[in-house]
Ligand binder design. Structure first.
Ligand code: PHE
Length: 346
């Protein structure tokens, strides 16, 4: 091995390596090449192994050539690497490109059931007057559903609230939310402003206006000096918020064993506005709810002194409210789970 030979080997290595670098098609090939030429056990190192055979004075010259070769190969690799990496990035960006103008897949959104929606609308209106929502059990006892509401066993009024019974004696499915009045009175001190939304059940022949299962919203206010006028004023506010400002309303005498006096609360017909039409049975009025002053006996059953406290109660059907507002003529639609009906309440 002499100086000329070693120098020639180094030049050959440079030419071969640079040609390889320039021909490398991707970064992986380039990295393999770098390892093969410049790595610790690479070709440059193995050529330089011959340096030991040279006279001492020749060695620095070979070292200089070797450094130049190393630098040339390194800079060729760096340059080629820049080109290849830019190309790879370009290709990846192109392959991962997404069309942001493409419409997304629609998410199927559920909606509140119209009965539930009606109950929250009702609750939102009465909340403005300080009414707080309470819950009361759907499986009720005879005492609370009937007797404490002044409906003793064998009272003919029981026919109005015939129900479904549970296997446990004395328990039944509540026929109205009115037993909630008793439960609130028993657990809360006046002043009371309670709203009781919930599911009710009746032993009914199902038709367009009767269901065996439906919702009610009960209201109860008890304090000293509460009057029928307070009830009227509150219900007027409710009717105007629910059906439109300025709608005419009226009280008609009604009958419930647990209120005295009892009333039916009507709003002017939402279809004809007064003269009478098929929707209002030619009367010009639509009945919204039943109400009255809480019977003194009921106050007593609730643990309150009727000499000190008075109050009113009302009960309405959220389905009926929806039916009146949207001109729906069949109550059964609310329980059929037909999407063609339900999706109209978006
Ligand atoms: N509970 C009665 C019904 O189901 C409605 C009502 C509630 C009437 C409160 C008066 C007072 O028909």
């Amino acid at each position: 091995m002499d100086l000329a030979q070693l120098t020639q080997d180094l030049e050959d290595l440079r030419a071969d390596a640079v040609a390889g670098v320039d021909g490398a098609a991707d970064v992986a090939t380039l990295e393999a090449l770098e390892l093969d030429v410049l790595g610790r056990k690479g070709r440059l190192t193995s050529v330089l192994r011959g340096i030991g055979a040279l006279p001492v004075e020749d060695r620095p010259r070979v070292g200089a050539v070797a450094n130049a070769v190393r630098q040339a190969v390194e800079s060729a690799i760096a340059e080629r690497g820049t080109v290849l990496r830019a190309g790879a990035l370009e290709a990846r960006l192109r392959s991962e490109a997404i069309d942001v103008t493409m419409p997304g897949r629609p998410i199927r959104r559920g909606t509140l059931h119209p009965s539930i929606e009606a109950m929250s609308e009702i609750a939102a209106i009465f909340a403005q007057f300080g009414f707080v929502v309470y819950e009361s059990p759907e499986v009720e006892d005879d005492l609370t559903n009937f007797q404490k509401l002044n409906i003793p066993p064998d009272h003919p009024a029981r026919d109005l609230w015939d129900t479904l019974y549970v296997d446990i004696p004395g328990l039944l499915l509540r026929t109205h939310t009115s037993p909630g009045q008793i439960r609130v009175m028993e657990s809360t001190k006046p002043p009371i402003r309670a709203l009781l939304p919930g599911r009710c059940f009746r032993y009914e022949a199902v038709d367009a206006s009767h269901g065996f299962e439906f919702f009610q919203v009960e209201g109860l206010m008890i304090d000293e000096g509460v009057t029928l006028g307070d009830l009227r004023g509150l219900l007027d506010q409710f009717a105007h918020a629910m059906f439109g400002a300025g709608k005419k309303t009226r009280f008609r005498p009604g009958y419930y064993p647990f209120t005295e006096p009892s009333v039916a609360f009507d709003v002017e017909c939402l279809v004809c506005g007064g003269p009478g039409c098929a929707a209002c049975g030619r009367s010009g009025w639509m009945t919204i709810l039943g109400a009255g002053m809480v019977h003194p006996v009921v106050l007593q059953y609730g643990g309150l002194d009727p000499e000190r406290y008075q109050g009113f109660a009302f009960g309405m059907g959220p389905e009926r409210i929806k039916m009146l507002r949207h001109g729906i003529t069949d109550l059964r639609l609310f329980l059929e789970n037909d999407l063609r009906f339900l999706e109209q309440f978006r």
